[in-house]
Design a protein around this ligand. Structure first.
Ligand SMILES: NC(=O)c1ccc[n+]([C@@H]2O[C@H](COP(=O)([O-])OP(=O)(O)OC[C@H]3O[C@@H](n4cnc5c(N)ncnc54)[C@H](OP(=O)(O)O)[C@@H]3O)[C@@H](O)[C@H]2O)c1
Length: 325
């Protein structure tokens, strides 16, 4: 299946390499805002066509799907034009800049009868997929508390368009963990509250209150210096009634699960291995869905809910008021 890829930015190469490794999908168009960037990446990757004309690839009957990896504020417009041209859409996270835009994208998919896939990469990290299987398997009882402690040294001062988005750092970065938490909990929170600052170089806390569980996501980033992910560290603790999973993400990804106080074993793998496996796992699942051989790995409603909850957290930060969903 031929894909047109919109974006030649930070995340484009990872996608293109993983798309190619599926063996069933290929990228035949590369689109960027500037011709230099489109041409440079297309040439480097051996992609047949490049352009700055966003409409041109949509007129190519050989293109069956588009990947939207343009800035988040462009997702809604590009996705709608792709659906109107009869293409499937694979949309980068966060699905859109607002819940309203995310709903518009999903409605466009429904109207066109084409597929909408949302790339929530963290679900495909082997460590998180195993944690999900552990919790869903029920051997430790239901999830009661999930905590994410994200410590970054990432410099966000030069992150361009991201700094102007209403959702800012919280939506762009922490939609990954919001997705994980909603996926692990298997439901929407009833209340969302937050405190702190919506900046990578400050601290913040977001709490999601579910009916019988709660989740707390914290970030801190005052240590300046090395770029992400070097020096960054995230600790996850997913506590169930009779056990828990602990995941530490640094240069190594270390996981350990417990039931009734007994460790079921500790595993460690380099972060590079987890990343590569996640991109391959995600694109293999997306390829199956695009080719009609598998279910959507992430449903449009999940992409919408991720934006809804992240934006509720942003609103809670800004207004200092609890948000009810
Ligand atoms: N899954 C992940 O882990 C992950 C990681 C990073 C980003 N993302 C998501 O992927 C999407 C793209 O992010 P990115 O980091 O690749 O972005 P980026 O590095 O800023 O690249 C943006 C791309 O969009 C083009 N573009 C078109 N209109 C633009 C505009 N008005 N302003 C800026 N660029 C424009 C740029 O063209 P020119 O460069 O030619 O101007 C470039 O090709 C976002 O939704 C982001 O949240 C996901």
């Amino acid at each position: 299946m031929h894909l047109a890829f919109y974006g030649a930015g930070a995340i484009a190469e990872r996608h293109i390499d993983a798309i190619r490794r599926t063996g069933t999908l290929d990228v035949t168009w590369l689109i960027s805002r500037t011709v230099e960037r489109a041409q440079a990446l297309a040439t480097k990757k051996g992609i047949a066509h490049w352009t700055t004309d966003e409409q041109l690839p949509l007129a190519d009957p050989d293109v069956e799907a588009v990947v939207v990896a343009y800035p988040t504020f462009r997702h809604v417009d590009l996705a709608q034009r792709a659906f109107a041209a009869g293409k499937h859409v694979v949309c980068e996270k966060p699905m859109a800049s607002s819940t309203d835009e995310a709903e518009q994208i999903a409605a466009g998919a429904a109207r066109s009868g084409k597929l909408l896939l949302v790339t929530q990469i963290k679900r495909f990290w082997p460590a998180f997929a195993e944690a999900h299987a552990f919790i869903a398997g029920g051997q430790a009882g239901p999830l009661v508390r999930a905590t994410v402690d994200f410590q970054t040294e990432w410099d966000w001062s030069n992150r361009g368009w991201r700094l102007d988005e209403a959702g800012g750092y919280l939506l762009d970065m922490h939609v990954h963990d919001v997705d994980l938490l909603l996926w692990l909990a298997g439901r929407m929170p009833k209340r969302v509250w937050a405190s702190g600052e919506n900046r990578a170089d400050r601290e913040g806390t977001v709490v999601l209150e579910f009916d019988t569980a709660y989740a707390r996501l914290e970030w801190s980033g005052r240590i300046s210096g090395r770029p992400y992910p070097k020096g960054a560290r995230t600790a996850y603790q997913l506590a169930c009634q009779r056990g828990r999973v602990e995941i530490e993400v640094g240069d190594e990804v270390i996981t350990e699960s417990f039931v009734d106080g007994r460790s079921l074993g500790r595993q460690s793998s380099p972060i590079g291995e987890q990343l590569r496996a996640s991109w391959d796992g995600m694109w293999s699942a997306q390829a199956a869905a695009l080719l009609g051989e598998g279910a959507l790995p992430v449903r449009p409603e999940e992409g919408i809910n991720n934006v809804r909850v992240s934006m509720a957290a942003v609103e809670a930060l800004n207004s200092h008021a609890v948000q009810r969903l």
